[in-house]
Design a protein around this ligand. Sequence first.
Ligand SMILES: [Zn+2]
Length: 181
Amino acid sequence: MSANVEEARQQIRAAFAEVAHPGEGTIGHCGRCHHEADVQIVEAVEGWPALSTSALHGLSLAFFSPEGFRFVLPALMLHVLTVWNSDDPAVDSTVWGLGPAVLWDRAATENEGPLPEGQSPAEATAVWYSKVRVLTTEQRGAVMSFLGALAALAESDEYLREDAQKALNWWKTWTPDEPAA
Ligand SMILES: [Zn+2]
């Protein structure tokens, strides 16, 4: 395993070490998302390190509230660094879930998310900003390490590499002080 992957893993674990379960009934994006089977599995664990590979398989950040997003994100990033070279849909949906709206255009065209059903791109953008704003500076740093490590790992996977790189470029310039969209 390359050095930057191990470094990204350590940064993720450190930056999200104190993130506790936000509380019963708070992790879903909305009532409907909350009752999705995938979300219920996340709801049931005490801490994010307890999320298993099978619980994380196919999980999409789009289903979560800002507090749920912050809770599940470290587990998903660690998971993706392991399974990036598989057909697990969590790989693309995590990168899209961390990407600016520019990544969603292609995702929406290909009709495979991560826009939740019934949400316009403008609504989804507002929801997305409400999520990324809850991260601390250290957590944003961990996200950038994750995207950088993933882009390096995915050298031979053109789409994944480009999406990770695009998302990384966005995180490098964005600060939470900027107005949304
Ligand atoms: Zn929802």
